[in-house]
Design a protein around this ligand. Structure first.
Ligand code: IDP
Ligand code: MG
Length: 142
């Protein structure tokens, strides 16, 4: 299996509830290497650009409002099979449908406010990591 990068974001609900430490501990226990992390308050324009793929969906406006409602924490992760394994760790989008023991099942309120983002393909993992981090920031931390 190939070493991949994936982007996690601790969403504003995670930060507001002070769950950052617990969620990061789960990532580390599951074998993900943290290449870089930061705390940012996204503007509505940045949040909209990050989720541009969803721009025609009915939930887009609410998603952009939520993602710009407070600080969030992008985290660049690396691991073998990182994209799929991280999606397994976080669980389905809607916490009501997420498997027991997943991050969303244990911490999320709703399909919209679901604690954490995870990239959905290796290509998107690369481009989403690059949305928040320069290659220099990542390589330095190996
Ligand atoms: P994902 O985060 O599990 O990959 P996506 O379908 O890519 O899910 O949607 C991106 C984000 O948009 C979700 O994590 C969630 O915050 C929000 N979202 C998706 N579908 C809905 C919905 O039906 N209602 C409200 N928010 C939604
Ligand atoms: Mg997605």
């Amino acid at each position: 299996m190939a070493i991949e990068r994936t982007l996690a974001i601790l969403k504003p609900d995670c930060v507001r509830k002070n769950l950052q430490g617990q969620v990061i501990a789960r990532m580390q226990k599951a074998g993900f290497t943290i290449l870089s992390m930061k705390m940012v308050r996204l503007s509505p324009i940045s949040a909209g650009a990050f989720y541009a793929v969803h721009k025609d969906r009915p939930f887009y406006k609410g998603l952009v409002e939520f993602m710009s409602s407070g600080a969030c924490m992008p985290i660049a992760l690396e691991k073998e099979n990182a994209v799929e394994d991280f999606r397994t760790l976080i669980g389905k989008t809607d916490p009501a449908e997420a498997a027991p023991g997943t991050i969303r099942k244990d911490f999320a309120e709703s399909k919209g406010e679901n604690i954490v983002h995870g990239s959905d393909s290796p290509d998107n993992g690369k481009s989403e990591v690059a949305f928040f981090f320069s290659e220099k920031e990542l390589a330095e931390n190996r």
